[in-house]
Design a binder for this molecule. Sequence first.
Ligand code: NAP
Length: 311
Amino acid sequence: MTENIRDTVILGSGCAGLTAAIYTARANLKPLVLEGHEPGGQLSITTLVENFPGWPEGIQGPELVENMRKQASRFGAEFRLGHLATADLSRHPFALNLGNETIHARTLIIASGASARWLGLPSEQALIGHGVSSCATCDGFFFSGREIAVVGGGDSAMEEALFLTRFASKVTLIHRREHFRASRIMLDRAIAHPQIELLTNAVVKEVLGVERKEVTGVRLLDTVTGVESVLDISGLFLGIGHIPNAAMFAGQLDLDEDGYIKTHSYVFTRVPGVYACGDVQDRRYRQAITAAGTGCMAALEAEKYLEEHGR
Ligand code: NAP
């Protein structure tokens, strides 16, 4: 067991986890980063990041996370492709079960982020990978010259719709309300785009094409008139937000009603030595720069904790 005790283990390799890795590695804590299901996090499947300070022309999301990873590696962070099956935070060092091995950690930084939300329709689930996708940058290419739709009314949906106009001949943006959650600049870009059509007060009731194993359309409900209609499309992209990856800590840490880890004083959880940063604890800002900021805070607190406990 002794060999397996690490000063700091970081769960997740998105913006928050990598920033925590840079700081803890530079403090010589030799952090172990468990990269999780989606190495690089949400930035690794996005396109141009225009609002990360220091990049006046913007930077591609995958390049930004790759740079952070290199920076953390330079200071000695260790990366492992693995994810947490279960954790026991009632003992110290904390026991982290990866399925085939258990790692013990004196401090734990949870930066496991959030994963795409789905509508939850059986027809949608049946057609994932057959025309239904939650990642425009991954799958947009397959829809060259086709008509597709994006669901959602936030920045993610706008970003996806705008990106997909590179491939699709027409993108219908389906939103369940009249008002949009998206920032003005993103919404204005979508409204102004000749290939994008906005459809409001519309809910997807069913994705059509299950028997053919390819999306042929969606059955829509107009929430104002109650009238149903069919929109013929070849692809459906979901841009309806994310769910925090924190379920494995239920019962051990405080989670809010939507499953986000509750923190106080920015990154402290209710267990001393366990910190949460980035999208797994932030339901309000959810930006790359705020994730990086809380990743830095978690690292500094882990360092302080270890120092206070004689490391
Ligand atoms: P979001 O802001 O939470 O928006 C989610 C959208 O999906 C909302 O419009 C919501 O509708 C809709 N929605 C949720 N569940 C639905 C369901 N079951 N059926 C139909 N529609 C549903 O999430 P987000 O767009 O992923 O953005 C998250 C954060 O990341 C935001 O802070 C955003 O600013 C940021 N972000 C920024 C950029 C950028 O600056 N380039 C890009 C992407 C994301 P309602 O409005 O009716 O609730």
